[in-house]
Design a binder for this molecule. Structure first.
Ligand code: AGP
Length: 618
């Protein structure tokens, strides 16, 4: 959460930092701020509540070629001008930006107040500023004072600071897993950021900025115009080799679509094809996960699979549980990483834990993974971000390869996760000899159709727009599904609520009569997932129960269904497909419905309120 950008070099810092922040808004957009050291050596500060674009109206941009910026996702203290970063000390000698949580901030704040420091915000971040100030007042250099501060704070975070004067240097450090810092240097200039997109404004004019280094936990960097120096928190030099990142990793734009979310929904056929590339042999009809880290003996010794994730990735994990059970012959469970991390689960030599995450940085998921690692468990991750925490902790990573996802609502990474979970289940079944050849071939043949079928579905925009108009006025939605499609119902409800702010619940259809049925009346919209699978008749009964109580029903059916289509108010269709593809296919109409309803309600689709793309705090 929160985005950090720092620049030092021969150009004006403001426009570079501003553009970098705009690229990092997926990390939070409750407030934004930029601090620049002006030509007289003074710190000039501009802040705004809300999005980065609000900085445009904060008056004339200050001149200066060293500066720091921040876009905030609020943790400690509401979104306000006072709580916006950068935070400065009383005399505005130091400006600090921060991503993460200072766990011992109360204790530090009390001590600093007793020592005479005055606080102007409710944030935990402000203690960092005063700690640096304290070090300087005790005669330490800026670097030394920053390092000292880093040794005093507890928690998981990234911190960066600049100081007034003519030193033109930026200090940054990383503690724990919550906050990444990426550093790039070229001739006469350098940039730091929370994430690769921060580098984009410079990359467009200086291709050498593609050489980047990532801070590890406990590492600090001091960046000047001509030099980047890595140290530990004791000041010992660290050797770090930058690596080249591709333009594609950094470069993102909407490609003519109105929103990133729409662009990313449209990219789903390619995302699925890319997830299967070199992993599925459509001639031999086998799945070969060359990037799977377990030996054949270890795979044979597995006796259980546990899948963990949060939000949309949890919904993917729940579908994955069905796939793994069905095709690998192994018992499987799926659980929210935020619950899992605080249990004491048995992780035996035959347990395989699979974490799922678009970002690979979700704090709860990373903590759950760390617990598995500490217990000596076998751990893989399905992840979309190279170099993420998750991919570093896991024994191996099955990359989604969906391309960067900017819309806060996960779309293409969800279908990419489902694709890889299919591959994983088939691969485990194939490797363990429990999946007979005919079944394996049928499953692989089904996967081969997925990009084409998804392509047909995303092209149906007119239908989704029409239905959105029919349903946008409802304030309550129930999404019902069974079996593998129960988690898809939950995902449909999550998409709708997160981008339209409409109350929506996803429920296993069989559970409806145990409570939710009391909610049914003509003001409640029910989205019933009723594809032609082995549970179809059961869902039909549930839909009839809703209709008998005057509920409004939009059903997602298989093309050619004449049985249920006559009983419901509206129907959407997916093509006939094998059962393992149905969760992927049903997802598309639900995403599109949520998207168009949110548009009709005039919501900020790509950056819905209160959310952030990577939830790196607990
Ligand atoms: C998805 O639409 C949500 N924005 C959110 O639930 C997300 O899936 C969750 O925060 C987990 O993120 P991750 O996949 O990066 O771990």
């Amino acid at each position: 959460m929160c985005g950090i950008v720092g620049y030092v070099g021969g150009q004006e810092a403001w426009p570079i930092i501003y553009e970098g922040l705009r690229r990092l808004e997926y990390r939070g957009y409750d407030s934004a701020g930029i601090a620049v050291v002006d030509p007289y050596g003074d710190i000039q500060l501009r802040k705004t509540v809300g999005k980065v674009s609000g900085l445009e109206s904060t008056g004339e941009h200050p001149d200066g070629s060293v500066g720091l910026g921040h876009t905030r996702w609020a943790t400690h203290g509401r979104p306000s001008h006072e709580n916006a970063h950068p935070h400065t000390d009383c005399e505005q000698r130091i400006a600090v930006v921060h991503n993460g949580i200072v766990e011992n901030y109360l204790e530090l704040k009390r001590r600093l107040i007793d020592a005479g420091h005055e606080f102007g915000s409710e944030t935990d971040t402000e203690v960092l500023t005063h700690l640096v100030e304290e070090g300087i007042d005790r005669g330490l250099s800026f670097q030394e004072a920053f390092r000292r501060m880093g040794r005093m704070v507890k928690g998981s975070q990234a911190i960066s600071a600049i100081m007034q004067g003519d030193a033109a240097e930026i200090c940054a450090l990383r503690l724990g897993h919550a906050g990444g810092i990426v550093v790039a240097q070229s001739e006469g200039q350098a940039i730091i950021g929370s994430d690769l997109p921060a580098l984009l404004p410079l990359l467009q004019t200086d291709s050498n900025i593609g050489q980047v280094a990532f801070l590890e936990t406990g590492e600090m960097v001091v960046v000047t115009r001509d030099k980047v120096e890595y140290q530990d928190l004791e000041g010992n030099h660290i050797d770090k080799q930058p690596r080249m990142v591709s333009q594609e990793e950094i470069l993102v734009d909407k490609a003519g679509y109105q929103h990133f979310m729409l662009k990313e929904i449209m990219e789903q056929p390619q995302a699925v094809a890319s997830a299967m590339r070199e992993r599925v042999n459509f001639e031999t009809r086998r799945v070969d996960l060359l990037d799977f880290p377990l030996s054949p003996q270890e795979i044979a010794g597995l006796d259980r699979v546990m899948l963990i994730g949060c939000g949309t990735s949890l919904n993917a994990a729940q579908v994955g549980r069905h796939l793994v059970e069905r095709y690998s012959g192994l018992p499987a469970e799926a659980e929210s990483a935020s619950e899992f991390r605080y249990r004491d689960p048995y992780i035996g030599p035959g347990t395989l834990v699979v974490s799922i995450g678009q970002s690979g940085e979700t704090a709860d998921t990373v903590a759950g993974m760390q617990m598995v690692k500490d217990k000596g468990g076998k751990l893989i991750t399905i992840c979309n971000s190279e170099g993420s925490q998750a991919s570093r902790i896991a024994d191996g990573t099955l990359y989604m390869r969906a391309g960067i996802e900017i819309g806060v609502a996960s779309t293409k990474t969800f279908v990419a996760s489902l694709t890889i979970l299919n591959l994983l289940a088939i691969f485990l079944g194939q490797s363990r000899g429990v999946l007979d050849t005919a079944k394996r071939q049928e499953l692989v043949d089904g996967l081969a159709q997925a990009p084409r079928l998804l392509g047909d579905l995303v092209a149906n925009d007119g239908v989704y727009q029409y239905l959105a108009q029919e349903y946008a006025q409802f304030d309550n939605f129930l999404f019902l599904g069974r079996g593998m499609n129960a988690p898809i119902a939950t995902e449909g409800a999550l998409k709708l609520k997160e981008i339209s702010y409409i109350h929506a619940e996803g429920y296993p259809a069989g559970e409806m009569k145990h409570g939710p049925i009391a909610l049914i009346d003509n003001a409640m919209a029910t989205v019933a997932l009723a594809p032609k699978d082995f549970l179809y008749d059961k869902v039909v009964n549930n839909v009839k129960e809703v209709k008998a109580r005057d509920g409004r029903v939009l059903a997602v059916l298989t093309e050619g269904d004449s049985q249920l289509s006559a009983d419901v108010d509206h129907a959407l269709y997916i093509p006939e497909a094998p059962e393992h593809l149905i969760p992927l296919l049903i997802t598309v109409p639900l995403q599109m419905l949520a998207y168009h309803i949110a548009l009709l309600r005039d919501r900020d689709v790509d950056q819905p309120r209160n959310l952030a793309k990577s939830v790196t705090v607990e």
